[in-house]
Ligand binder design. Structure first.
Ligand code: MN
Length: 452
């Protein structure tokens, strides 16, 4: 019998105004999605993907079921993006972990699309399991870039695979045998870009409680700049007979999901599936092409005590949320009032001046300073024409650029524009390359100190 004790945390970060990331923590299915796309797109994309993933996996909790669930999530985002013009071009990353039963026993299955990551901490050492689907990572694969260079490469955010970009998706899928004491980490790039692997390893090794570990990692990313939304899920593998697992989960302060997992684990144990197993522990992703016929039935395990603990925990959590919401509302009111009383102009000016976006203007990719569409009468200012023509924008990004893509800084805007040129020139083999635009050349105002 296997149970995953879990914890999760998410934060909007110090630069962005909206959290487009989303974490999923359920008894046997866990995921992180990092949405993108102008306007509300990113937020809608991550929520749509997670909902669809969960809905489909619940019907087929198996290795193949997870692959199907990722496909289902992709289609949901894709279809939604065609229903509303504001949402066109939205997409999301998705990295997921599931506990499933196979004929060879319990398995942890993972799937990944995009550049959110999964790691495993085993015997104190951390290893990345997922493979980033980004331009920078592809250059590493081709030997044109070192891992260290990739970590600060301006194109590291440009994805080569994402959910919602086309009607079909090709997820990396692999499975592993659960081992007592293993700890898994799912995270958005808001963590991996801010905190080095060795510091993540240290924090995970020194913080036994998964919820506390998740919170600590998010705090570390915030302390390091918090340039992006940060989302973290931590999973601890508990393997043993039912009594041992029950004791482990009742003893001490456990998150509701862990207690809840008792009921979920019963399902896993009772399940009898015919599955052709994939290579165990293979960090290199293998496609799941297995055919699974599943027949699930809930076992007679009494989850009553677990249910009670869960209800108590849920009440506590909702109480905490409520008080936090009230505090936030009061705080927001005070801030708004202070802004009005003080004339507010300085605040507004700062808000406008610290915002940038990339948008098509007269047929070319253009960088603006300010808020899209203006803000209380202050119109955005044209900062730079990049010389990248609309027809040289990769088709998957064209809608985004037409709508406008918000970026936290001028250098981030330049990186984004340069990334467009780069991806177009790396995928359109055969066509003559277009000259490198000035946004791809280093400039003093553009250069950011590389992190050690
Ligand atoms: Mn991100």
């Amino acid at each position: 019998m296997t149970v995953l004790r879990s914890g999760s945390a998410s934060d909007v970060g110090r630069v962005r105004t909206v959290n487009e990331d989303l974490a999923l923590e359920s008894p046997t299915l866990f995921a992180v999605a990092d949405g993108m796309g102008g306007h509300a797109g990113g937020e809608v994309a991550s929520h749509t993907a997670i909902e669809a993933l969960q809905e489909e996996f619940r019907l087929h909790p198996s290795v193949e079921g997870l692959v199907e669930a990722v496909r289902h999530a992709n289609l949901a985002v894709w279809e939604r993006s065609h229903e509303e013009s504001d949402l066109r071009g939205m997409g999301t990353t998705l990295t997921a972990a599931a506990l499933v039963a196979t004929s060879d026993g319990d398995r942890i299955v993972m799937a990944n699309v995009g550049d959110s990551r999964s790691y495993r901490l085993r015997d104190g050492s951390l290893a990345q399991l997922s493979h980033d689907h980004s331009v920078a990572e592809e250059l590493v694969d081709r030997g044109q870039l070192s891992e260290a260079e990739a970590a600060i490469h301006p194109h590291r955010h440009i994805l080569t695979r994402a959910l919602g970009v086309s009607s079909d998706v090709d997820p990396d899928v692999w499975e592993m045998a659960p081992r007592q004491g293993d700890r898994y980490l799912l995270c958005s790039d808001g963590l991996s870009n801010e905190v080095s692997e060795s510091r993540i390893e240290k924090a995970l090794s020194s913080t036994p409680d998964p919820q506390e570990a998740a919170r600590k990692l998010v705090q570390m990313a915030l302390d390091n700049g918090g340039n992006d939304n940060i989302t973290v899920v931590v999973l601890d593998v508990v393997v043993g007979d039912e009594r041992a697992v029950t004791a482990a989960t009742e003893n001490g302060d456990l998150p509701a999901s862990a207690v809840d997992a008792l009921a979920g684990a019963a399902v896993v144990e009772a399940a009898s599936l015919g599955t052709a197993a994939l290579q165990d522990g293979a960090p290199s992703p293998a496609k799941a092409t297995t055919s699974v016929s599943s027949l699930l039935s809930r076992s007679g395990t009494d989850p009553a005590s677990g249910m009670r603990a869960m209800t108590a925990r849920a009440a506590e959590v909702s109480e905490r949320l409520r008080s936090r919401r009230i505090t936030f509302r009061v705080l927001a009111f005070v801030v708004v009032l202070a802004a009005i009383v003080a004339g507010g102009f300085a605040v507004v000016r700062w808000y406008v001046d610290s915002s940038y976006f990339v948008k098509l203007h007269q047929g070319q990719v253009t960088i603006y300073e300010g808020r899209m569409g203006g803000f209380v009468g202050i119109q955005p200012k044209l900062v730079q024409r990049t010389g990248i023509a609309a027809d040289a924008v990769p088709s998957a990004y064209l809608q985004d650029v037409e709508n406008g893509v918000e970026e936290p800084s001028l250098s981030a805007s330049r990186s984004y524009a340069c990334g467009l040129w780069h991806i177009e020139n790396s995928v359109s083999q055969g066509k003559p390359p277009t000259p490198k635009p000035s946004v791809c050349l280093p400039s003093n105002s553009n250069r950011k100190a590389a992190k050690p």
